[in-house]
Design a protein around this ligand. Sequence first.
Ligand SMILES: [Zn+2]
Length: 412
Amino acid sequence: MTGSIDINGARLLQRLEEFAAIGATKAGGVNRQALSVEDRQARSLLAELAVARGFRVYQDPVANLFIRRDGMRDDRPPFLIGSHLDSQPTGGRFDGALGTLAAFEVLESLQDRAIVTNGPVEVVAWTNEEGSRFTPGVMGSMAFSLGHVLDAWQNIQDAKGTRLQDAIADTLAALPEAEFRALGTPIAGYLELHIEQAPTLERDGIPVGIVTGVQGTRWLEIRVTGQAAHAGTTPLVYRRDPVVAVTTTLSALYASIMPNDPEARFTVGRMSVDPGSVNAIPGSLSLTIDLRHPDIQRLDAIEALIITLFQSACDTNGCTLETRRTFDVAPAIFDETIIQESENAARRLGLPFRHMISGAFHDALYISRVAPTAMIFVPCRDGLSHNEAEYVEPEHSISGARVLFETVRGLL
Ligand SMILES: [Zn+2]
């Protein structure tokens, strides 16, 4: 392997411009929500570019889009590279698009240089990563990896009442040149380039993040019930005040979870007091907890601590506790071989890199459940994302694509 074979950085930057024009907003971002007219335009443009290069185009039942370049052994499952083309309503031009277009640049560079890979390489644009128009997000990769969720999504609609299944059908029909394939066909692996969406790489001047996993997330709903009573007449010993139970517990949790574990994320995002009257001790208090950690054992331990402390404060204050887990996504651990090959690639290119965990969800989270998977991050300005001002330095877009290219060549 030699470092002298390279991608066409100028072509990648031009493609980023071309796609940023589809759904462009006045403030310089994009509004290209999943399965919208703009999303279809972006998919059509990618398919058109693919056909012009002699690549084959496929769609599956959830409208994931695949662009295939054959390898020496076409009976082998393809290695996938890519990301997503949909955006938030006031999204940036790099979130998803960079990973998809860099992957296409890799395919074109392989073709330009007539490099024969062992197995096929495919670019993928997963459907509805963002989840802003149709919930849930990471829909395409979830359906690809689980296979059975489409039936459960039959009643999903957007805010205007458009049914998900109609939007998928229209999107599939808008790309008649694509061949149809079943959901979840076998793959050899998946590598996704993405912007970091946090400020650490930029702050430390490191151009490449080698992502070793995605942290797990749990949501808890907690309700503490005491007894509503008169604020003026009820002495301390008669009070069963849920606010006391909750505030003492939370101050203990804030003081122990994150200060003692830099990888933990603990957030109370919603809280409501009932009945919410200025001169009444509340009868109950409900709150939500968003808990994240890359290690599932730590997630379990912290969740147990949360419940133990709430229970003890409830016992002390004559309150009762109800807890419910409303969301649970296990952490993903990425593949050693792909991580190693990405490191080798960055070294060959002379690009400093660091290992990191992704704080955000990505399609790679679900794909890692069914195939060897990893991700590469590049810095974005001020860590800003899901924002029209999102920006990636051209050299960082190109570096990310070069690492992707070198990794694919190393693996295949
Ligand atoms: Zn994204």
